[in-house]
Design a protein around this ligand. Structure first.
Ligand SMILES: C[S@@+](CC[C@H](N)C(=O)[O-])C[C@H]1O[C@@H](n2cnc3c(N)ncnc32)[C@H](O)[C@@H]1O
Length: 355
């Protein structure tokens, strides 16, 4: 892979395509089968030789085939048992024996530990021929866009848990045209992934299609591109000077709070690992909490509850359920301040891993 932010992809040679007899057995005619050529550059660039590549939506096994052709191990998950079987048969024909489990994250774990997650998401609004109750969790059958994004969030949360530190999660997706409107699926997905991983880059994947003239004012392009969204599991560095200034600004505005966790530990001993956030313990006072959230909101902090955007106010019982609200601000030099707000009476309790 070189430094260009786009890749022009050519179709696979016949010997690497999904064989016709397997395609004919798929009720969807294998229409959503990707190209080996799409995955190979990412395997080469982001997985060291001998590393294992995981595809949580492995479909017909295209990513797994790409990984094996590049000398990497592979494993996959696929919710549709018939497809999982087609993928196994396809790989066997290439002499490849990669574990493929039937099921979905987070309920079914990846069948083996992995170093790189590389996948194509199932699109929202797809006219999948299966029955909704026959395949609970099948994202092609999800009726509501928000529920679809929530499900992806839970699924990639499980990917993050299983990925080693510094491992990449690369997801291919496109914005869709649904009912004459652009549905920015790729961008919404980038936001979902951005709450779980550090965004590293995007690559535009371009496909050759024959151009056709458009009537003036006709806004529909042929959508012959998609995105590879490149994310990494990494502790994001906060700016310690900006964090100190932000805490001072809070004190100057009259907010009472205690600091706990890694930030005061680092203040006491700068030799320890730098904190990834500042944890604030707040008094159990709804009015003060509302004032704090509005104060942050007005200063352009992004507020979120387990990765979901939040607008004030927030009732304290809801905060208790979620343990903390995250308030985050990035300035134009890229300096990040991240404050996690929880109630003082929750300090002694074990918080779940940051979601
Ligand atoms: C775009 S296709 C993947 C095709 C694959 N990249 C290939 O080229 O062989 C998406 C796949 O995700 C599967 N799928 C949908 N919802 C799922 C879920 N919740 N968990 C696992 N697989 C799911 C679908 O059955 C479909 O096979």
């Amino acid at each position: 892979m070189d430094s260009r932010s786009w890749l022009l992809l050519e179709p696979d040679p016949p010997e690497l395509r999904l064989p016709e007899d397997l395609r004919a057995r798929d009720p969807f005619g294998g229409r959503d089968c990707g190209w080996v050529a799409q995955m190979r550059p990412f395997v080469r660039h982001y997985a060291a030789p001998g590393a294992r590549v995981f595809d949580p939506f492995c479909g017909f096994g295209t990513t797994l085939l790409a990984a094996a052709l590049e000398g990497r191990d592979a494993c996959g998950l696929e919710i549709d048992p018939a497809r999982a079987q087609l993928a196994r048969e396809r790989l066997h024909r290439h002499g490849i024996d990669a574990p493929i489990a039937t099921g979905t994250l987070p309920e079914t774990p990846a069948p083996a530990p992995f170093d790189l997650c590389l996948t194509n998401v199932p699109y929202f609004g797809c006219r999948w021929p299966g029955e909704a109750d026959a395949q609970a969790g099948q994202l092609y059958l999800e009726r509501d866009y928000e529920a679809y994004l929530r499900r992806l969030r839970d699924l990639f949360h499980a990917v993050r848990d299983a990925l080693p530190e510094d491992g990449y999660c690369i997801v291919m997706a496109e914005n869709l045209n649904l009912d004459g409107r652009l549905l920015p699926l790729a961008w919404d997905l980038a936001r979902v992934l951005g709450a779980l991983f550090v965004a590293r880059d995007e690559r535009l994947l371009c496909y050759r299609r024959e151009a056709r003239p458009l009537a003036p004012g006709d806004a529909r392009s042929d959508r012959s591109h998609e995105y590879a969204l490149v994310f990494q599991k990494q502790r994001e560095r906060v700016c310690l000077d900006s964090t100190r200034d932000a805490l001072q600004a809070l004190r100057d505005a009259g907010f009472a709070f205690d600091l706990y966790g890694s930030y005061p530990r680092w203040l006491a001993d700068p030799g320890v690992r730098e904190p990834a956030d500042a944890d604030l313990l707040l008094p159990d006072d709804q009015a003060e909490f509302d004032r704090l959230l509005w104060w942050l909101h007005e200063r352009d902090y992004a507020l979120s509850l387990w990765g979901e955007p939040l607008r004030p106010p927030l009732r304290l019982p809801r905060l208790r359920e979620h343990w903390y609200v995250r308030a985050q601000r990035r300035d134009r030099l890229g300096r990040l301040v991240r404050l996690d707000l929880s109630l003082a009476d929750q300090a002694g309790r074990q918080t779940p891993a940051a979601r």
